[in-house]
Design a binder for this molecule. Structure first.
Ligand SMILES: [Zn+2]
Ligand SMILES: [Zn+2]
Length: 306
């Protein structure tokens, strides 16, 4: 495939049109209506709340199973996170498990080290190559029909569409512009920084075999995901800011949910990880991490038919 054909295949096909349209409406709307601090505040509210659900649900629950919850609340987590317009809980989490399994190796689907910044940031997300869900990688959750239903092409973006309609219906055009279009554009790129910049810029506490970094700025804009080197070193912890000064808004929110009885069995990193003691078992961590990233054998069901 020629370079131009490859570019069109990845970045310019029918499926990418809504992504660019949301950007265009956000930018054109701000130019047309002018800057608004109240609008920006509304955008930040919908950004923050949705980023929390994205990280708490897609990442720390569905991808890594770092805490437990009930089946109804699990479904609510999926619905709220799907208002972020990043496809379904199963699609997102299956791809994220694949990232951990091969992080920064040639098979990594969004490695900046392997294929450059723009590919890791948004190319892989837009590309025609990655639109399907590998249910085999997320069999432990694909066994729930309600989650498979929300992962179908017609439904995976429905929560985002319903949110946009609700914001527009209640708040009018100004609220729709800032609360959905501006907010969603920022939310996409805020999330994408974890796949791109957090493997490029920051510091490393742990000698993982990938390029993951810890980065305060990225942690602040992603509700705690910027402690990415911590996370690659020890994926099983719900808490990704390992120390009190490592701000982790998703952890604080989940502690509140725990106090309300909505979630339980939240996990902190164990003391030997905090002490940065590399014992023989830890020395092979990159391998064991990749094993963790695969569904556990007891729940590895054959992919259900959609
Ligand atoms: Zn992860
Ligand atoms: Zn990573």
């Amino acid at each position: 495939m020629s370079r131009l054909a490859r570019f069109r295949h990845n970045y310019l096909q029918i499926g990418t049109f809504p992504f660019y349209l949301v950007h265009a409406v956000a930018i054109a709307g701000i130019i047309h209506y002018g800057w608004s601090w109240s609008g920006f505040a509304l955008a930040m509210i919908f950004y923050g709340v949705r980023m929390f659900f994205l990280t708490a649900a897609f990442h720390r629950y569905f991808s890594h199973r770092t805490y437990k919850t009930s089946r109804p609340f699990q479904f609510i987590l999926a619905i709220f996170a799907q208002t972020c317009a990043q496809r379904g809980a199963l699609w997102w989490s299956a791809n994220h498990r694949a990232h951990h399994k091969y992080s920064d190796m040639p098979q990594d689907i969004h490695s900046a080290k392997q294929k450059g910044f723009w590919w890791s940031h948004m190319g892989w997300f837009l590309s025609n190559d990655h639109h399907g869900t590998d249910l085999g990688k997320i069999a432990d959750f694909a066994k729930y029909p309600e989650l498979r239903f929300m992962d179908t092409p017609n439904m995976m973006l429905m929560p985002a569409v319903v949110l946009a309609l609700a914001i527009g219906f209640i708040g009018g055009i100004h609220a729709l512009l800032w609360g959905f279009f501006v907010s969603t554009t920022l939310l996409w790129h805020g999330t994408f920084t974890i796949n791109s910049l957090s493997h490029l810029i920051g510091t490393r506490r742990y000698a993982t075999t990938d390029d993951s970094k810890n980065n305060l700025v990225l942690a602040l804009i992603t509700c705690g995901e910027g402690w990415h080197n911590n996370h690659h070193h020890y994926q099983s912890a719900t808490r990704q800011g390992f120390f009190w000064w490592e701000i982790d808004f998703t952890w604080y929110g989940l502690k509140l949910f725990e106090a309300l009885g909505l979630v339980w069995d939240l996990r902190k990193p164990p003391q030997h990880v905090l002490d940065n003691v590399i014992d023989p078992a830890e020395a092979g961590l990159a391998i064991s991490d990749r094993e963790i990233a695969s569904p556990p054998p007891d729940t590895a069901l054959p992919p259900p038919a959609l």
